[in-house]
Design a protein around this ligand. Structure first.
Ligand code: FAD
Ligand code: UDP
Length: 370
C-alpha cells in the first residue's frame, strides 16, 4: 500500500514525492506517462553527445532563497546569465528592450537619462493596464510594440496581445540602462550536470518508486494508495466536464550542426518572420564544450501536448469551475503548472509544491526545509 500516488514526475510531482518521503517517511509511487522523469525540464545527450532540452530551453532563475537552497541539495550550479537577441528589420538587437536596443533601432546615441525622456515621447497613456497590449504601448508606444511584441505574441499564442492578460508580456521588462540580461532575479544558474541528473538525485530514496511509460488511468484501480497528487492537466482529470481548458502547444525542431558555434546569442527571437518564434543554442546554456552544436526551433500550435496555460479572463473563469471541483474532490491534491492552470516558471512550481507540503504535513516552511 502506497501512501501517495503522484501523477507526473516533473518539478511539482518530484518535489512533493521527495519531501513526503524524506520528511514524513511516506511511501510514494510516481506514475509518469513519458519514458523519463523531469517533466518539461527533462534534458539528455543527443545522438552527437550534445546536452539538449527536449521540450525547449529551460533557464533557472529565482528570487527565492528557499527554493534555491532546497534545489541545491540535489545539484551543484553553474552561474548563467541569459541573453536574447531579437531579429528585427534585418538587425539583431537585445530584448528586453534596453538603452542599446533603442539606440540601435532609432540610430541614436542617447544616454540612460535621455532615453527615459525619449520613451516618454513614444509611450501612449492608458488609464488601465488590463491586457498585454496595454503593458507595452504604455511603456514604449506603438512602433516598438509592432516590431518586437505584436507578431511574436500572435505567433506564440494564436491571439493578439489585446486578448491576453497583462501578465504575459509583463514578464519582459523595459530598461533604460544597458542591462541586457533576460532576467533580473537574484539567483540565475543552471544545474551543473543538467536537470535530469538533479531529478535523479531528488527521487533516489528508498520510499520512492517511479513507474515510467504509464498513464495513471492504467494503474489507479490496481495499485492501492491512500491519496493522489495530480500534476497533469486539471480539465483532463475531470474528463473535460466543463469543456476544454485551452493550453498552447509547441512543436520542437532539433538540429545539430557540425560547427562549434551556430548563432550570436543563446536565443534569437524572430517576432516578424518564419513560423517559429525562437532558436536556442544549448551550449550557451549548459557551458558544454563540444566540436558540434545543437539548436532547437519552437513552432507554436493549438494542438498537441499541453505546454502553456493561456492567461485571459474567459479561461480564468473556466478554470475557477475546475478549481472548485478539485477542492470538492476528496483524496486528490492538484499542484503544478497544468493542474492549477498557472503560467508558472520552474521556481514558482517548486515554491507552490513546498507550500502544499507544509499544508499536508502541518509544518511551517522552516520545519519542512530544515
Ligand atoms: P510538467 O513539467 O509538465 O510535468 C507534468 C508531468 O505529468 C509530465 O511529465 C506529464 O507527462 C505527466 N502527466 C500528465 N498527465 C499524465 C497522466 N495522465 N499520467 C501520467 N503522467 C502524466 N520555466 C523556467 O523557470 N525557466 C524557463 O526558461 C522555462 N522555459 C520553458 C520553456 C518551454 C518551452 C516551456 C513549455 C516551459 C518552460 N518553463 C520554464 C516552465 C517549466 O517547464 C514549468 O514551470 C515546469 O516544468 C512545470 O512543472 P510541472 O511539474 O508543473 O509540470
Ligand atoms: N514576447 C514578445 N516578444 C519577444 C519576447 C516575448 O512579444 O521577443 C512576449 C510573448 O507574448 C511571450 C511573452 O512575451 O509569450 C513571454 O515571453 P517569455 O520569453 O517569458 O516566454 P516563455 O519563455 O515562457 O515562452
Amino acid at each position: 500500500m502506497f501512501d501517495y500516488m503522484v501523477v507526473g514526475a516533473g518539478f511539482a510531482g518530484s518535489v512533493m514525492a521527495e519531501r513526503l518521503a524524506s520528511v514524513h517517511g511516506k511511501k510514494v509511487l510516481i506514475v509518469e506517462k513519458r519514458p523519463h522523469i523531469g517533466g518539461n525540464a527533462y534534458d539528455h545527450y543527443d545522438d552527437d553527445g550534445v546536452l539538449v532540452h527536449k521540450y525547449g530551453p529551460h533557464i533557472f532563475h529565482t528570487n527565492s532563497q528557499d527554493v534555491f537552497d532546497y534545489l541545491s541539495r540535489f545539484t551543484q550550479w553553474r552561474p548563467y546569465q541569459h541573453r536574447v537577441l531579437a531579429s528585427v528589420d534585418g538587425q539583431l538587437m537585445p530584448i528586453p528592450i534596453n538603452l542599446t536596443t533603442i539606440n540601435q533601432y532609432f540610430g541614436l546615441n542617447l544616454t540612460a537619462f535621455q532615453v527615459e525622456e525619449f520613451l516618454k515621447t513614444l509611450a501612449e497613456k492608458r488609464d488601465t493596464i488590463r491586457t498585454s497590449e496595454d503593458v507595452i504601448i504604455s511603456k514604449v508606444g506603438k512602433e516598438l510594440y509592432e516590431k518586437f511584441f505584436r507578431n511574436y505574441t500572435r505567433k506564440q499564442w494564436g491571439l493578439d496581445p489585446s486578448e491576453l492578460d497583462s501578465t504575459v508580456i509583463a514578464r519582459i521588462p523595459v530598461r533604460s540602462n544597458r542591462d541586457d540580461r533576460y532576467f533580473s532575479d537574484k539567483y540565475q544558474v543552471m544545474p551543473l550536470h543538467g536537470y535530469t541528473r538533479m531529478f535523479e538525485r531528488m527521487l533516489d530514496h528508498p520510499n520512492i518508486k517511479v513507474m515510467l511509460n504509464t498513464d495513471y488511468h492504467e494503474v489507479k484501480d490496481i495499485i492501492p494508495y491512500r491519496e493522489m497528487i495530480f500534476t497533469g492537466p486539471v480539465d483532463e482529470y475531470f474528463d473535460f466536464c466543463f469543456g476544454k481548458l485551452p493550453y498552447r502547444s509547441l512543436n520542437f525542431r532539433h538540429e545539430t550542426h557540425s560547427t562549434a558555434r551556430f548563432q550570436q546569442a543563446p536565443v534569437v527571437n524572430f517576432p516578424n518572420e518564419y513560423p517559429y518564434t525562437r532558436c536556442t543554442e544549448f551550449k550557451y546554456l549548459t557551458g558544454q564544450e563540444h566540436p558540434k552544436t545543437s539548436v532547437v526551433y519552437e513552432y507554436p500550435t493549438a494542438e498537441g501536448d499541453p505546454y502553456y496555460p493561456v492567461p485571459r479572463p474567459e479561461n480564468a473563469e473556466l478554470y475557477r469551475k475546475y478549481e472548485q471541483l478539485a477542492k470538492d474532490t476528496p483524496g486528490v491534491l492538484f499542484v503544478g503548472r497544468l493542474a492549477t492552470y498557472k503560467y508558472y516558471n520552474m521556481d514558482q512550481v517548486v515554491a507552490q509544491a513546498l507550500t502544499l507540503c507544509t499544508k499536508i504535513m502541518g509544518m511551517r516552511r522552516r520545519e519542512l526545509l530544515d
